[in-house]
Design a protein around this ligand. Structure first.
Ligand code: RFL
Ligand code: PHB
Length: 401
């Protein structure tokens, strides 16, 4: 038997993009249903981003789920660069006339949004299998999916593809409909989560060392998140906790390394590093948002933040359509997002290139990297450029250009 439903906006994916879009639309009185392939527990077990720009924090408040980040987030005023065994603080707040970033895990953002959806009685269909998109080149798109062997159809005015890099939405576009730009980096990040106090509770540390990149971050005063650059084909099983901690310490300056408190990992995973953009982000009634449309290497901490601003623009566009009968927002969606996205792509590529060891870089490339790091910490202009990109662009970026 086949079951049919209708909604105004059908959202594919219950990651941060899909959940935040759903919350913003609900607040504006726009009906939406989310289809998610995985179980809620699986979605919450993916440990990813940790740093929120102020724009993202403001959006959580706007969506009615800001309480968690207010009580559980840690505000950071600076970052620290480590190279040639020395620490160099970058006072982000001073360099941006007062801006900050907030450490608050993607897992917590997702949990807050999921709880809000449950509280408001909004529908999320988990374990939706074989999701397929139909007629999205028309004004009557639909989605079919299976739950427990039964096929269902969801009719909608619009489909929001919030299903991440490996999702079905972008993959459903006819060949030639999108242009893809991609750069794959020749290394990965091995990350661990551990219930130990962070070595640097007031600044995220980015280290460039002879042995490769390392990052010290946190989730709370009792939970730390650390990463080390690793060969792309390494397996998590190759990395005992002991090997990880030793490697991390070897990449930091001696003072910081001496302060690291180690403990058993509660999560350990390897992520590849990639830059990717699909243009345009709209095809008829289908709109891509977040990782479904673009990927940045995590070095600039921009992925989740870009996802948040995509869905802010998308929710505004749908609100204009349903409440003001105007298509201006949906027509402008892709161009508006892409301006911001390319700025973040540039920044993430630049910081990745500056902070990592590239296996194929000859002596010259290495020397230029060292000169640029030295320039960065001694130049107010370059430090300002780093800081203003790190805290993120304003929501109206590019509108008056
Ligand atoms: P997600 O989170 O991948 O969610 C997509 C959802 O869609 C579901 N899905 C499907 N559902 C139904 N049918 C299908 N066929 C489906 N295919 C997929 C998936 O199960 C999933 O639930 O994408 P979204 O929502 O766009 O969110 C993007 C962010 O997750 C991502 O950009 C960030 O995590 C990137 N990122 C960081 N971003 C930051 O802003 N700050 C950071 O500090 C930061 N650190 C990071 C990061 C990403 C990392 N990794 C692992 C890639 C650190 C790391 C290590
Ligand atoms: C994190 O806390 O997971 C994190 C922080 C900064 C980054 C990337 C990831 O640039």
């Amino acid at each position: 038997m086949s079951h049919s439903k209708r909604t105004q906006v059908a959202i594919i994916g219950a990651g941060p993009s899909g959940l935040l879009l759903g919350a913003l639309l609900h607040r504006a009185g726009i009906d939406n249903i989310i289809l998610e392939r995985q179980t809620p527990d699986y979605v919450l077990s993916r440990i990813r981003a940790g740093i929120l720009e102020q724009v993202s924090v403001d959006l959580l408040h706007e969506a009615g789920v800001g309480q968690g980040v207010s009580s559980g987030g840690t505000v950071h005023h600076s970052i620290e660069l480590v190279f040639a065994n020395k620490r160099h603080p970058i006072d982000v707040t001073r360099l941006t006339d007062g801006k900050v970033v907030t450490a608050y895990g993607q897992t917590e953002v997702t949990k807050d949004l999921m709880e809000h959806r449950t509280l408001k009685g909004l529908q999320t269909i988990y374990e939706a299998q074989d999701v397929a998109l139909h007629n999205f080149d028309s004004k009557h798109p639909s989605i079919t999916y299976k739950v427990g062997g039964t096929t269902h159809t969801l009719q909608a005015d619009f489909i929001a593809g919030c299903d991440g890099f490996h999702g079905v939405s972008r993959a459903s576009l006819p060949s030639g409909a999108v242009r893809e730009y991609e750069k794959v980096y020749p290394f990965g990040w091995l990350g661990i989560l551990a219930d130990v106090p962070p070595v640097s509770p007031h600044a995220i540390v980015y280290a460039n060392s002879e042995r490769g990149f390392a990052l010290c971050s946190m989730r709370s005063m009792t939970r730390s998140r650390y990463y080390v650059q690793c060969p792309i084909d390494d397996k998590v099983e190759d990395w005992s906790d002991e090997r990880f901690w030793n490697e991390l310490k070897s990449r930091l300056d001696p003072e910081l390394a001496g302060k690291i408190i180690t403990g058993p990992s509660i999560e350990k995973s390897i992520a590849p590093l990639r830059s990717f953009v699909a243009e345009p982000m709209r095809f008829g009634s289908l709109f891509l948002a977040g990782d479904a449309a673009h990927i940045v290497p995590p070095t600039g901490a921009k992925g989740l933040n870009l996802a948040s601003t995509d869905v802010k623009y998308l929710s505004s566009a749908f609100i204009e359509f349903f409440k003001e009968n105007s298509s201006a927002g949906i027509d402008n969606y892709s161009a508006r997002c892409l301006k911001r996205i390319w700025r973040a792509e540039r920044f993430s590529w630049w910081l990745t290139t500056l902070m990592h060891r590239f296996p194929d870089t000859e002596g010259f490339g290495q020397k230029v990297q060292e000169a640029e790091l030295d320039y960065l910490v001694h130049s107010e202009a370059l430090s300002k450029s780093l800081a203003e990109n790190y805290v993120g662009l304003p929501l109206n970026f590019g509108e008056h250009a």
